[in-house]
Design a protein around this ligand. Structure first.
Ligand code: G6P
Length: 614
């Protein structure tokens, strides 16, 4: 949460910083600010989105060029989102400015001690405490900025990615990280520090991903130095990142989310590229092959994740138990890490995360690692922290996902989990060969089937218009479609602010049925062949109470079409692959409802895409 970007070079910093913040806005958008330096240290910050800050900056006179600056977009933790709590924060003497992503957990005790020594604070933030601490170290020990940052950080408990500038040392940026991400970009005559590569890639693809406990000093002439908190000089490797700028644009769509929904025929194909061949009859995940014996014989698979990734993991549980016959558990990372779970050396732990930065998921896999289990990462963002913390793993290759509500990452996660279940099941010789081949062929046809569903966008938009004023909605599914119901409800909640619940269809009778009346849309995932008649009965039960039924059915369905108010047909597939299709109409439905309700689809209120705090 929170996005940070910093620039030092020969160009005017402000436009670069503002453009960078817009790319990072998915990380938080409560307030935004910049600090720029040219003799004077100028701080401009404002409650609200980056566009507001940009407008404010445009109103300022531009007679001075600022070739160094830091900028921040905030997701509030300590202190309300207002102008004062917005970053950058400055030291008491007005000499230093800081941007920070993370939480300084012991800020209260540091603040108290600083106040006793005469420091006065303007904001309610933990970040302001940190910059006062750096100021105190710097002034009492008469040392360089980077040394002061290092010494101050040794007193800090918590998580941070920070960048600090100093009015008296105007030709350097000092950055540091612990648990929150920080990327260093090396351009021609200019350098960047940012929460991820997106603000940097336009200028250079040469990056260094900083590791925990590292402090970087970047000089205007392009020289840089990376040291540990104990002052040991490091020699990290420069990576050349393959990321195209157009992947970060909307590409003609009105929202990133819509673009990402429509990209799914391509992204799902990318997720399986080189990993499956139905003609030759194999499915493989390179990241697992080295450990396949240990994985196939593990006592348990434990998947840990948050949000949409947790829903993908639930589908993974159904797949792995069904096809690979490994006992599988799915855990909310935030619960798992604190509930003293039983983890054995013979367990196989999978951390699922689009961003690869989610604090709880990261902590959960670190805990499992400390117990000796084999840790596997299934992430989207290349080079992210979870990808680097795990023993092995597979990227899902969905490409940059900018919309806060996850769509294409979900289908890519499910695709990779399907490949995993097929790989283990085949390795263990548990899946009959003809069924295995059938599943592979079907999997390869999923991208074109997704495209057929996307072609129904207008019909889905019409249905969205019919139910857009609802206050509540219920999503029902059985078997493989149950986690899809949870995901459909989450999508609606996240972006349209309609209260929605996902439920196993048969459980409806144990509670939610009491809520059903003519104002309650009930979205039923009714594609399962194995439970078709039971689903028909569930729909009848809703209709008997005047509920409005929107049914997702298989092409050619007759019976449900007669009783449901609206039906959306999706192509037939093998049941384990159904989630890859049945989720698509639910994504589109949520999207259109949110647009019709005037909601900010890509940046829903109170949410952030990368949750780097607990
Ligand atoms: C946030 C995002 C969700 C995402 C969840 C987990 O809540 O808004 O879209 O599913 O974090 O994120 P991860 O990056 O770990 O998949």
């Amino acid at each position: 949460m929170c996005g940070i970007v910093a620039y030092i070079g020969n160009k005017e910093a402000c436009p670069i910083l503002i453009e960078g913040l817009k790319k990072l806005e998915y990380r938080g958008y409560d307030s935004a600010g910049v600090a720029i330096l040219n003799g004077d240290l100028k701080i401009i910050k404002k409650k609200g989105k980056v566009a507001k800050l940009e407008k404010l900056l445009n109103e300022h006179s531009h007679d001075t060029i600022h070739k160094i600056g830091i900028a921040h977009t905030r997701w509030a933790t300590h202190g309300k989102p207002n102008d004062i709590n917005a970053h950058p924060h400055i030291s008491g003497d007005g000499r230093l400015a800081i941007i920070h992503n993370g939480i300084i957990e012991n800020y209260m005790s540091i603040k108290k001690a600083l106040m006793e020594r005469g420091h006065e604070f303007i904001s309610e933030t933990d970040t302001e405490v940190l910059i006062h601490l750096i100021e105190e170290v710097q002034s009492t020990q008469d040392i360089t900025l980077e040394e002061a940052v290092r010494v101050a950080l040794k007193q800090v408990v918590g998580a941070y990615a920070i960048v600090v500038i100093d009015k008296n040392e105007p030709d350097k940026l000092v950055g540091a990280k612990l648990s929150s991400p920080l990327v260093f970009g090396i351009g021609e005559d200019e350098c960047f520090l940012a929460s991820d590569a997106s603000p940097i890639i336009k200028y250079t693809n040469k990056m260094i991903y900083l590791e925990d406990g590292e402090v970087i000093t970047v000089h205007r002439d392009g020289k840089y130095e990376i040291r540990t908190l104990d002052n040991e000089l490091l020699d990290p490797q420069i990576q050349e990142l393959e990321l195209k700028i157009d992947e970060l644009e909307k590409g003609g769509y009105s929202h990133y989310m819509l673009k990402e929904i429509f990209q799914q025929p391509i992204t799902v194909a990318e997720s399986m590229r080189g990993r499956v061949n139905s003609d030759e009859g194999w499915a493989i995940l390179g990241g697992m092959s080295q450990h396949i014996g240990r994985i196939a014989n593990s006592d348990r698979i434990i998947m840990t994740a948050c949000g949409t990734s947790w829903h993908a993991a639930m589908i993974g549980e159904y797949l792995l138990e069904d096809l690979a016959r490994v006992s599988t558990e799915v855990e909310y990372a935030s619960e798992f890490r604190y509930r003293n779970p039983i983890i054995n050396e013979n367990d196989f732990i999978i951390g699922l995360s689009q961003s690869g930065e989610t604090a709880d998921t990261l902590a959960a896999i670190k805990l499992a690692k400390s117990k000796g289990a084999l840790i596997y990462g299934m992430v989207n963002v290349i080079g992210s922290t979870i990808a680097r913390e795990t023993d092995c793993g597979s990227y899902i290759h969905a490409g940059p996902e900018i919309g806060v509500a996850s769509t294409k990452a979900f289908t890519s996660q499910v695709t990779v989990l399907t490949l995993m279940a097929l790989y283990i099941g085949h390795y263990k010789k548990l899946i009959p060969e003809d069924y295995f081949r059938k599943l592979l062929t079907e999997l390869e046809s999923i991208p074109s089937k997704i495209a057929r569903i996307l072609a129904k966008d207008e019909q889905i938009k019409f249905i969205a218009g019919e139910i857009k004023n609802a206050s509540n909605a219920l999503y029902l599914g059985r078997g493989y479609n149950f986690p899809v119901a949870l995901e459909g409800a989450l999508k609606l909640k996240e972006i349209s602010y309609i209260h929605a619940e996902g439920y196993p269809a048969a459980e409806m009778k144990h509670g939610p049925i009491a809520l059903i009346d003519m104002y309650m849309p009930v979205i039923v995932l009714a594609t399962n062949k194995s439970a078709y008649e039971k689903l028909v009965s569930n729909i009848q039960e809703v209709k008997a109470r005047n509920g409005v039924v929107i049914a997702i059915v298989t092409e050619g369905d007759v019976q449900i079409k007669e009783i449901a108010d609206y039906t959306i047909e999706i192509p037939e597939t093998e049941e384990p692959l159904t989630p890859l299709l049945s989720v698509i109409p639910l994504q589109l439905l949520a999207y259109h409802i949110a647009v019709m309700r005037g909601c900010h689809v890509d940046q829903p209120r109170n949410l952030a895409k990368s949750v780097t705090v607990e």
